[in-house]
Ligand binder design. Structure first.
Ligand SMILES: C[S@@+](CC[C@H](N)C(=O)[O-])C[C@H]1O[C@@H](n2cnc3c(N)ncnc32)[C@H](O)[C@@H]1O
Length: 360
């Protein structure tokens, strides 16, 4: 069976692409990412080379034809000013999402898959999210979205909630698609963190190595061998036991937010490789020789590959059901309530609050 061709934007190290490819039904034919460091990581792990240009400089005609467009667009790109100016601001003041929309409009893929921070829904009183859904709908997509936590939906021990937005051109595929159900978390910290082996000294916190009383505070606070801690400027934060907290792009910068564990050989930082494990990348995912702070950033910026993979499986299932002329139970239940404007009517407006949006 011919594989569906995917073009990824804001591709980073290719987490979304890996999650899709693991189904065996998708192949990455193009990826765009403007930061040369994640591009280097991407290139080590894929058969194609990432197009390392700013998305603004990419013409649609330069992108190979594709069935799927994906993107974990940077959320800090949204400005109220930008939105107020309208979507098709000819002076180029549109946000990065609109660059992605430009390419979707030109390439007309049958499926789009977007990922973002959970608070995208509540940003600017729900207007940002409304604009995104309206734009996708105006391009002819039927849209479903859901917030999924990696520890509940990806069998990955990370407390990472993200919103996933899936749009379909084909109404039958849309009706057949449902987000994956939760799965029991059987994967443990030991599966992704090496508590046994003695690593290089640079990962360990030892008495006198750092200024002030950081070490003493860590020793006092880190009383649970199966919890992951973080140094937060002036205090030690203990996270939910048995799972890693949400990895962020700024972890490691200035020593803050970096995840700390208590091992047989002392208190140490999680390694970049362990952070990639925490995002569900396969053991054989290769990391280039770059500074560790760059690798921590790439891991934090990426996605939980296993969650993407479960969504991808559901997309494949929906396509197959539609092709066979069969219907999932979800679509039968949904059919009685499919609204005339599917995308917009799925926005839980009443639940939208005015929380600020976290940067991804
Ligand atoms: C949230 S990360 C997505 C990471 C990706 N999903 C992964 O698995 O690694 C957003 C990415 O968009 C890239 N980016 C930001 N602005 C861009 C632009 N103007 N053109 C191309 N890429 C851009 C950033 O460098 C970053 O790697």
């Amino acid at each position: 069976m011919e594989k569906l061709k995917c073009a990824g934007f804001f591709a980073g190290v290719g987490g979304i692409e890996k999650g899709l490819e693991k189904t065996g039904r998708f192949e990455t034919v193009y990826a765009n990412e403007f930061d040369k460091y994640p591009c280097e990581t991407f290139d080590l792990n894929f058969d194609i080379k990432a197009d390392c240009r700013d998305i603004h400089d990419v013409k649609s005609s330069e992108i190979p034809d594709c069935d799927v467009i994906t993107g974990g667009f940077p959320c800090q790109a949204f400005s109220i000013a930008g939105l107020r100016k309208g979507f098709d601001d000819e002076k180029g003041r549109g946000t990065l999402f609109f660059e992605l929309a430009r390419i979707i409009e030109d390439k007309q893929p049958s499926i789009v898959l977007l990922e973002n921070v959970k608070n995208l829904v509540s940003h600017d009183n729900g207007n940002t999210f409304r604009v995104i859904l309206e734009k996708l709908e105006s391009l002819g997509y039927f849209v479903k979205y859901q917030v999924l936590n990696a520890m509940e939906y990806g069998n990955t021990p990370q407390n990472r909630e993200r919103i996933y937005i899936v749009g379909f051109k084909d109404r039958e595929v849309y009706k057949n698609f449902e987000f994956p159900h939760p799965v029991q978390l059987t994967s443990k910290l030991d599966d992704i963190i090496d508590f046994e082996t003695k690593l290089d000294d640079r990962y360990y916190y030892t008495d006198g190595k750092y200024k002030g009383d950081i070490y003493d505070k860590l020793v006092e606070a880190m009383d649970d061998d199966r919890a992951v801690y973080q140094w937060r400027r002036h205090y030690v934060r203990k996270n939910k036991s048995g799972v890693v907290p949400t990895l962020t792009a700024n972890q490691g910068e200035g020593g803050h937010n970096v995840c700390l564990v208590k091992t047989k050989h002392g208190i140490r930082k999680m390694t970049p490789h362990e952070c990639f494990n925490t995002q569900g990348f396969d053991e054989d995912f290769k990391l280039p020789k770059q500074s560790e702070s760059r690798l921590y950033k790439q891991a934090g910026n990426s996605v939980c590959v296993k969650v993407i993979n479960r969504i991808a499986d559901k997309i494949v299932e929906a396509i197959d059901l539609a092709e066979e002329g069969r219907y999932s139970m979800a679509s039968v239940i949904q059919e009685s309530s499919v609204p005339s404007e599917p995308a917009l009517s799925t926005i839980p407006v009443e639940s939208i609050s005015d929380e600020s949006m976290n940067a991804s």
